[in-house]
Design a protein around this ligand. Sequence first.
Ligand SMILES: [Zn+2]
Length: 166
Amino acid sequence: MPREQSANFRVGVGYDSHPFARGRPLTLGGVSIPSEVGLDGHSDADAICHAVADAVLGAAGLGDIGEMFPDSDPANKNRNSIEMLGAAVKRVQSAGYLVNQIDVCVVTESPRLAPFRDKIRANLAAALGIDSASVSVKGKSNEGMGWIGRKEGLACIAVATLKGNR
Ligand SMILES: [Zn+2]
């Protein structure tokens, strides 16, 4: 590949985790999922959006979502994470990048994400400004091991690729 093409292609990884808590909503990828327990956190605790935002920001070398929306700011309490993701995308676009594609893995024992996967993909695609065919979302159990296996919370890993737009 010619140098000028490869130099504009960037890869980033993002990770997030939140504990389960009673009386909290379970929101993943902007989708409200019926569940006895939700996710605890300062914002709406949408681990998919947070991991994807960190992957996108990381690919552009622009820090992370915690810097953009600190826990210490009361304005961020229960903040909608799709909005936070949109703000992260705007930041990478301002730096001259477009999101190319993302791949997301949610590690949890429950609930099953399959029934909600297409809606999650559509929400993420809209926030990222790409086609949902370029958004992959996978659910994976932790085979009963460790804190995820004990259903204390869930974790999410995301990879994003960006291309330069100038
Ligand atoms: Zn988070």
